[in-house]
Design a protein around this ligand. Structure first.
Ligand SMILES: *[C@@H]1O[C@H](CO)[C@@H](O)[C@H](O)[C@H]1NC(C)=O
Ligand SMILES: *[C@@H]1O[C@H](CO)[C@@H](O)[C@H](O)[C@H]1NC(C)=O
Ligand SMILES: *[C@@H]1O[C@H](CO)[C@@H](O)[C@H](O)[C@H]1NC(C)=O
Ligand SMILES: *[C@@H]1O[C@H](CO)[C@@H](O)[C@H](O)[C@H]1NC(C)=O
Ligand SMILES: *[C@@H]1O[C@H](CO)[C@@H](O)[C@H](O)[C@H]1NC(C)=O
Ligand SMILES: *[C@@H]1O[C@H](CO)[C@@H](O)[C@H](O)[C@H]1NC(C)=O
Ligand SMILES: *[C@@H]1O[C@H](CO)[C@@H](O)[C@H](O)[C@H]1NC(C)=O
Ligand SMILES: *[C@@H]1O[C@H](CO)[C@@H](O)[C@H](O)[C@H]1NC(C)=O
Length: 404
């Protein structure tokens, strides 16, 4: 929990847990076997007809290790990669985590095809709106499509909170990321300087942000991690001058108010015929090995295998918050908006081994004490790329082919 709090406050993890990670000889043996196998390309992996819409619950399924299932890019080739997710570049010396494919119980997932997706995106504007986990997914998508566009025809431009991938190809499709970690306005809205000690959230205001993305054809939202802070001031005034400071509001309650502001705004301003909306469900974190039968001082650091138990539910999942998000999406659907809840929570919850842990850029160099105890500065929130967010995009792809 200590470590989670640090993440919430935006600083890199500096939890002081003293951990002695027990290691499993079995995992080590398996690792050795997997590493000696030659990974071939995903292309060999022929799945179902790309045009068929999702007909089953894509989110209920299992992770299957498959050495033939290999990513179509690597962290050093992708020109849009950032040091936060480049685990191999930062010394992760095994890549088993890149070879697990998601197998829904009742159907097969379409293979991700960048050209097919770009054809669907032709001339459109796609915007990811949210926090660094959504940025993680946006980065994954850019890496997945990069090789389908000539190098001189692709670049990313930042302007304030908005990052835009542009190309002259596919009728000038643009794929954007907009930094808005709490969806409504807050003192964490600066895309670079958001490491504040106490969050101040304006639960009834969204316009300042929404004007930047309201015309997009496809909007992909997420907002969850930033709500888990124990210390938040919630402003409930509707105008700058009549702000009423109220920090007694419990987080589920403030999340509900913010999502109401969000749904009301979309309801009024989004063109229902044109815009397709997606809401990415909560991306789980792995801050205590206790969840999978290890010592409470351990975390995602040194983990090399997913949890195969399909009933696994980590301690980080806040059922109340998840319900608020599910209800907000249902509310939009009842109003006739085209919106899909992308339920990645349970499937990602089993991927304890797929976080960067210590294999990422440390924006603040670890202290001697931290170095002696690597789990103390491990990132168990974001995800290595290639990795789990590629699967989220594969799920998104299934829906985009169906809806647009
Ligand atoms: C991490 O695992 C390696 C073997 O894979 C082991 O040598 C090392 O002691 C482990 N580290 C910790 C902190 O448990
Ligand atoms: C999300 O998926 C899990 C696992 O299949 C399921 O238990 C849960 O009910 C789903 N939630 C929604 C809103 O579909
Ligand atoms: C991989 O990294 C782990 C942890 O840093 C280390 O214990 C192990 O010896 C390394 N294995 C190889 C094959 O380099
Ligand atoms: C992707 O789809 C295009 C048609 O849209 C097809 O020509 C191509 O072969 C597909 N690529 C793969 C790897 O299947
Ligand atoms: C940056 O965004 C602002 C509006 O938010 C716009 O007025 C300006 O032209 C943009 N700058 C560039 C270089 O696109
Ligand atoms: C603060 O919010 C709580 C919960 O919505 C409410 O019960 C309380 O009356 C509010 N306090 C003030 C001073 O408005
Ligand atoms: C909504 O989008 C549709 C399809 O792009 C377009 O024909 C229509 O004019 C738009 N409506 C408004 C009010 O902008
Ligand atoms: C999915 O997660 C929820 C908690 O968010 C849990 O209640 C449910 O049992 C999980 N379902 C499965 C199939 O693991």
């Amino acid at each position: 929990m200590k470590s989670l709090k640090n993440w919430i406050f935006g600083t890199l993890a500096h939890n002081r847990v003293n951990s002695v990670l027990g290691f499993s000889v079995m995992a080590l043996l398996l690792a050795a076997i997997y590493l000696t196998r030659d990974a071939t390309n995903l292309d060999e992996y022929l799945l179902i007809d790309e045009e068929s819409p999702p007909q089953c619950d894509l989110f209920s399924g299992k992770w299957v290790f498959d050495h033939k299932f290999a990513p179509s890019y690597n962290d050093q080739q992708c020109s849009f990669m950032t040091d936060d997710y480049a685990c191999q570049k930062f010394g992760r010396n095994e890549s088993i985590y890149q070879h697990w494919r998601w197998q829904p119980h009742d159907c097969d997932l379409s293979r991700f095809n960048a050209t097919t997706l770009l054809e669907k995106f032709r001339g459109k504007r796609i915007t990811f709106v949210g926090d660094s986990l959504n940025k993680n997914q946006w980065t994954s998508l850019l890496c997945l499509i990069e090789s389908s566009i000539p190098p001189s025809e692709r670049f990313v431009q930042w302007n304030g909170s908005l990052a835009t991938f542009k190309t002259s190809q596919y009728d000038g499709v643009s794929i954007q990321f907009y930094w808005e970690p709490l969806l409504v306005e807050s003192n964490c809205d600066d895309p670079a300087e958001h490491h504040v000690l106490e969050r101040v959230i304006n639960v009834h205001k969204i316009e300042k942000h929404a004007m930047h993305w309201k015309d997009a054809d496809i909007l992909i939202f997420d907002s969850f991690m930033w709500w888990l802070s124990p210390k938040m001031t919630v402003l409930q005034g509707s105008s700058q001058n009549s702000e009423e400071i109220n920090n007694t509001v419990e987080r589920t309650e403030s999340y509900k108010m913010a999502l109401k502001t969000w749904t009301d705004w979309l309801n009024l301003h989004v063109n229902q015929t044109k815009t397709q909306l997606f809401f990415m469900s909560f991306s789980p974190y792995h801050h205590t090995g206790e969840d999978w039968g290890k010592n409470s001082n351990t975390n995602c650091y040194n983990e090399t295998e997913p949890i195969l138990d399909e009933g696994f539910v980590g301690s980080g999942l806040d059922r109340g918050m998840i319900e608020v998000a599910e209800n907000a999406v249902r509310e939009l659907q009842s109003k006739g908006l085209k919106v899909q809840y992308v339920n990645i929570t349970n499937l990602s919850d089993r991927r304890k081994e797929a976080h960067p842990s210590i294999y990422r850029k440390q924006w603040k160099p670890p202290t001697e004490k931290e170095l002696a105890n690597p789990s103390s500065y491990s990132d168990c929130v974001h995800w290595c790329l290639p990795g789990v967010p590629d699967i989220w995009n594969q799920l998104l792809y299934a829906y985009i082919l169906q809806y647009t």
